[in-house]
Design a protein around this ligand. Structure first.
Ligand SMILES: Cc1cc2nc3c(=O)[nH]c(=O)nc-3n(C[C@H](O)[C@H](O)[C@H](O)COP(=O)(O)O)c2cc1C
Length: 195
């Protein structure tokens, strides 16, 4: 049994439909832009994530057009600076991979001196990204949350206009869908009931 909280809120059935139908997908039209007002609404959802100590840690860059190539070149250069050769497949792929969608959101977290709060800042940003993905789903957009390259990323942070201490949490591709990805099998959650 569920109680109805308020008529304007989606029902649990609707929330379930939204959550379970969200897919990680790059099947999108890279040449069809996502309107700025829609992007702004989706970014707004990030800051409604729960956030311990109200540190408001989110840092967001919306990357479109030529910026996507600049972001890719910067990540590739960061990977090279960390010791990978220029012809390493990861380096080569980073140069062009952000062109696969019309829009890429780079989402980072502010660091914290306290180790627990530093982790909690990243958790809050991760929760914010899920808010954004669900909003994107509701708006009919395809989305794909990817991890940024694993290396120090000073050049990519500079392209994003982020402070150098930013901890990147995700690179999110958004675009209008041109296909449906398969639904991955998910094992059930083993829930322990402790009474
Ligand atoms: C923190 C995080 C990082 C991810 N990074 C990648 C990635 O680098 N490449 C990728 O293909 N998928 C990435 N994913 C997406 C997962 O592969 C995807 O969620 C999973 O396959 C389940 O599919 P679904 O999202 O459609 O349910 C990432 C997801 C999370 C939460």
């Amino acid at each position: 049994m569920t109680e109805t909280l308020a008529p304007s809120l989606p029902s649990l059935d609707q929330v379930e439909a939204l959550v379970t139908s969200r897919r990680t997908s790059l099947l999108c039209d890279p040449d069809r832009p996502v309107p700025d007002e829609l992007v702004d609404r989706l970014v707004e959802l990030i800051r409604w994530a729960p956030n311990h100590k109200r540190t408001w840690p989110w840092r967001v860059a919306v990357v479109t057009g030529e910026g996507r190539a600049r972001l890719g070149e910067a990540f590739a250069a960061d990977l090279e600076a960390s010791g990978r050769p220029a012809d390493d497949p990861k380096v080569v792929k980073n140069r062009t991979k952000y062109l696969r969608a019309p829009l890429v959101l780079v989402v980072g977290a502010a660091p914290h001196d306290n180790e627990l709060l530093d982790a909690e800042n990243r958790y809050a940003v991760a929760a914010g990204i899920e808010n954004l993905l669900l909003g994107a789903r509701a708006a009919g957009l395809a989305s794909f949350w990817a991890s940024p390259p694993v290396c120090p990323r000073p050049r990519a942070l500079a392209v994003c206009g982020f402070p150098a201490d930013t901890e990147l949490v995700g690179v999110v591709y958004l675009g209008w869908p041109i296909g449906e990805p398969p639904v991955p099998e998910r094992p059930p959650i083993e829930t322990n009931r402790v009474t």
